[in-house]
Write a protein that binds this ligand. Structure first.
Ligand code: HAM
Length: 506
């Protein structure tokens, strides 16, 4: 015969602060010990018994009883428990942050009408081999697979996008607006926010040329892409006083190089060298530029132009007729229409470190100057033909997860995220575990989340857990109530407590 009044349930009827100093507490422990001694004393039940005695602070009490390798193989292989240098584990608290960030990436992409795509993390190495001497090439994680194929972990997503667009060919209807969130690998020197593995949010528009006239209005894909990044920053609490975009056009460089009759095929190489300006001494830059065949006069002119930070000044030097000035002016005027002019500034030194850009280029930076680029992108109209496909006008950006997290930390804007569960369901007697499972299933079928207490735990432990997982309700299945087909519901925010028929529980 089950006892008429379950002692654990009678405790539950008191407010929680009474539990902590309750004179009943020792009895509670007694009960759980009795249970352990009556039932078979397994490894994990012993461990949980121990954790109860410690005040029940260890949620996974059974862990200490896990079989060690020595029991399985007779050998102990001591391993480094840290992940490989430059890579990350994502324990639940970090995973929550990552999901929060990705949720905003996805939401912004959805707001702008983009479709999500993905590609394999492992690609053919050839996809990433370009001859312009990019840093990214030297940072490649590449190897030969068991079938003697040269493969690489993708360092970026853009070449995979190009591959897929070529593969799909005419079946795709342009313009394409695609976004992806994927892990990228670069054997990079580690600095704050720069890692050997990072996730990148990419948004790319294919099939919209630099300037399109539609009923008299001018639409530029680049401006739309920057608008989406601004929308993202706003959502996470970052303002124009925290970050800005440095914008330029590769055509600026092209025009200077053309004046000095520098062959077109050297253009990519020159851009890559210039992109290193903030990382290596200027004499080294000059030496590298000279090695490509540029005259000293051309180099001096180039460096002078690159130091320009105003469009008016650039116009004075290059003249107003060139495409570079026209594109940039249009972009700045569109930024005004989109409402983000205070976020962007012209800076001729921005060229980007990837060879494939052909027009507007931009980078997001923190105004305190503490971090490396937050995001970057631009127009790459000729990438597809380098893979043997037909060129399609294209532009896009990549936005890493690591730098923006550093920025949020700097600004004290990291969100507080904790596990949030609707209900915690607990059987007050081992015999009622099956009923608790039925209660949990019923609630889950209604779309409510349930943390089912899987072990026989004291109520003090259950309350602590409920608080930790931010449960809204505690549902207790006790003998006395269950004989009437009822369970006890405790609303944790208000302390309100009532009995309810299982059928009416929702
Ligand atoms: P990217 O400038 O090389 O461009 O990378 C874009 C962003 O990815 C950077 O601004 C940074 O936020 C993040 N990132 C890059 N490397 C690392 C790293 N080692 N650790 C942490 N974060 C990193 C591209 O990758 C282009 N494919 C972007 C693009 C898309 N252009 C057109 N479409």
């Amino acid at each position: 015969m089950p006892p008429l009044l379950n002692p654990r349930l009678s405790l539950s009827l008191k407010p929680f602060f009474l539990f902590s100093q309750s004179s009943f507490a020792p009895r509670k422990f007694q009960i759980s010990r009795q249970f352990v001694s009556v039932k078979s004393r397994t490894f994990s039940s012993l461990a949980s018994e121990q954790s109860s005695d410690n005040g029940g602070s260890s949620v996974g009490g059974g862990r200490s009883g896990a079989l060690s390798p020595s029991l399985v193989t007779g050998e102990v292989q001591r391993i480094d428990v840290n992940p490989p240098k430059g890579t990350r584990d994502f324990p639940p608290e970090d995973m929550r942050l990552r999901n929060w960030l990705f949720h905003h990436f996805r939401e912004v992409s959805r707001l702008f009408g983009f479709e999500e795509v993905d590609y394999p993390v492992l690609e053919s190495e050839a996809l990433f081999i370009r001859k312009a001497g990019e840093e990214i090439r030297d940072q490649l994680y590449c190897f030969e697979d068991r079938g003697n194929r040269r493969v690489a972990l993708r360092p970026e997503l853009t070449p995979s996008l190009a591959r897929l667009v070529i593969q799909k060919g005419k079946s795709l209807s342009l313009p394409l607006k695609w976004f992806a969130i994927g892990q990228c690998w670069r054997y990079e020197r580690m600095t704050r926010g720069r890692r050997r593995e990072h996730y990148q949010w990419n948004m790319d528009i294919l099939g919209v040329p630099e300037v399109t006239d539609i009923s008299g209005s001018i639409l530029i894909a680049e401006a739309e892409l920057m608008a989406s990044i601004v929308a993202f920053f706003k959502r996470i609490g970052i303002t124009e006083s925290d970050v800005g975009f440095k914008v330029s056009s590769r055509k600026v460089l092209q025009e200077v190089l053309r004046c000095y009759s520098v062959p077109e095929n050297l253009f990519g190489k020159v851009c890559i060298i210039i992109d290193k300006m903030e990382k290596i001494p200027i004499d080294e830059i000059k030496r590298e530029l000279n090695a490509t065949g540029l005259s000293e006069e051309a180099i001096e002119e180039l460096l002078q132009v690159l130091s320009i930070k105003s469009l008016t000044k650039l116009e004075e030097i290059l003249g107003g007729a060139g495409e570079a000035i026209a594109d940039l002016k249009q972009l700045f005027s569109l930024a005004e229409k989109f409402g983000y002019s205070e976020w962007i500034q012209f800076d001729a030194s921005v060229v980007r470190g990837l060879a494939y850009y052909t027009g507007i280029v931009f980078e997001g930076f923190d105004r305190d100057g503490k971090l490396r680029a937050i995001c970057g992108g631009g127009r790459y109209d000729r990438l597809l033909s380098t893979f043997g496909g037909d060129d399609v006008p294209a532009c896009g950006f990549g936005f890493g997860d690591a730098v923006v997290i550093e920025l949020l930390k700097e600004k004290g804007l990291l969100p507080e995220l904790s596990l949030e569960v609707d209900n915690i369901v607990c059987a007050l007697d081992h015999d009622l575990q099956g009923v608790a499972a039925t209660v949990a299933t019923k609630l889950r079928d209604k779309g409510l989340s349930v943390d089912l207490v899987l072990e026989n735990k004291p109520l003090k432990w259950v309350f602590k857990r409920a608080a930790r997982i931010k449960a809204q309700r505690l549902i207790l299945v006790g003998n006395t109530e269950w004989q009437k087909g009822m369970v006890v519901v405790k609303v944790l925010s208000s302390g309100e407590q009532y009995e309810i028929k299982l059928d009416e529980l929702e």
